[in-house]
Ligand binder design. Structure first.
Ligand code: NDP
Length: 280
């Protein structure tokens, strides 16, 4: 694992290199806000942008990337299929709409945003086809527990290369992380900063003071120590730069364990088995 600088990448099951650190853009407005956030991130060295059809900002992501001086192939772009687009008939169309909105001819990673019962396995089969056709460099899932991953395994064929789940010191789900390690699925943290709620934690503050770092930086470094890729969101230049300045220090085993001890199963988002009521 090369975590010496922001260029550190993890090798996915198919050999594709995915940056450990990326910029999340949920709730970043498609317009000036996302344009300046992405350009700032790219000049700070970020090479992964995480969007989704649901965020309604894919057009802004594509425009910012095109306007930057970084070639498209040097940037890892992730998008996701939304709940209502899942199923055998509509998955391909949803993917093509995302691609059109982004103004791109392939995606680096496409994820099932939430595993809709009765539909996500059908979507998965279509994503396998899109992968075989070369339109997707990698495919994966989001908001899954072990039982959903096991159901995908039963479908056979290409398996998820990435699982993007809510992950922060208060929600680790070590059993799912372990399962992913055993099955060569890269774990990726969404809401790694707990949407800001972890940023006043006293225990992490003490560690932050020792390293002269911010609480956000300690939490993001902890992700990397755990082998978890991470996609903090910010639209502020100073925070985007701050969130990437995590490669010049290492946490000790004891510090990692004390951060682990904060887990109390708190979610900021929905539970993977009960999200339908959350979004209806
Ligand atoms: P994060 O945990 O990344 O927190 C984002 C919040 O923290 C924003 O309010 C941001 O404010 C603030 N923030 C960021 N950096 C700092 C800092 N250094 N100091 C203080 N505040 C800071 O939450 P998200 O929910 O956005 O998760 C990250 C990404 O994960 C999303 O953007 C999205 O790409 C993905 N995601 C995926 C989901 C899924 O279902 N697959 C669900 C949710 C998110 P500001 O922008 O104003 O700076």
């Amino acid at each position: 694992m090369n975590l010496a600088n922001i260029d550190g990448k993890t090798k996915l099951a198919n050999g594709l290199q995915m940056p450990y650190l990326g910029l999340g853009v949920y709730k970043a407005e498609s317009g000036k806000e996302i344009n300046s956030a992405i350009k700032c991130a790219l000049s700070a060295g970020y090479r992964l942008i995480d969007t989704a059809a649901f965020y309604a900002n894919e057009e802004g992501v594509g425009k910012a990337i095109r306007e930057s001086d970084i070639p498209r192939e040097d940037i890892f772009v992730t998008s996701k299929i939304w709940i209502e687009d899942q199923g055998a008939q509509s998955t391909r169309k949803a993917f093509e709409t995302s691609l059109k909105n982004l103004g791109m001819d392939y995606l680096d990673l496409y994820l099932i945003h939430w595993p809709v019962p009765g539909k996500y396995l059908e979507s998965w089969k279509v994503m396998q086809e899109l992968y075989e056709e070369g339109k997707l460099k990698a495919i994966g899932v989001s908001n899954c527990l072990i039982h959903q991953l096991e159901d995908i395994k039963k479908v056979g064929g290409v398996q998820p290369m990435v699982l993007q789940n809510e992950f922060h010191p208060k929600l680790i789900q070590q059993d799912v992380v372990n399962y992913c390690q055993e099955n060569n699925i890269q774990y990726q943290a969404w809401s790694p900063l707990m949407r800001g709620e972890i940023l006043d934690n006293a225990l992490i503050k003490e560690i932050a003071e020792k390293y002269k770092k911010s609480i956000a930086q300690i939490v993001l470094r902890w992700d990397l120590h755990k082998g978890v890729a991470t996609i903090p969101k910010s639209v502020h230049k100073n925070r985007i730069i701050e969130n990437a300045a995590i490669f010049d220090f290492e946490l000790t085993e004891d510090e990692l364990k004390s951060i682990d001890s904060l887990e109390d199963n708190t979610r900021t988002g929905a539970h993977p088995d009960h999200f339908m009521e959350h979004f209806s």
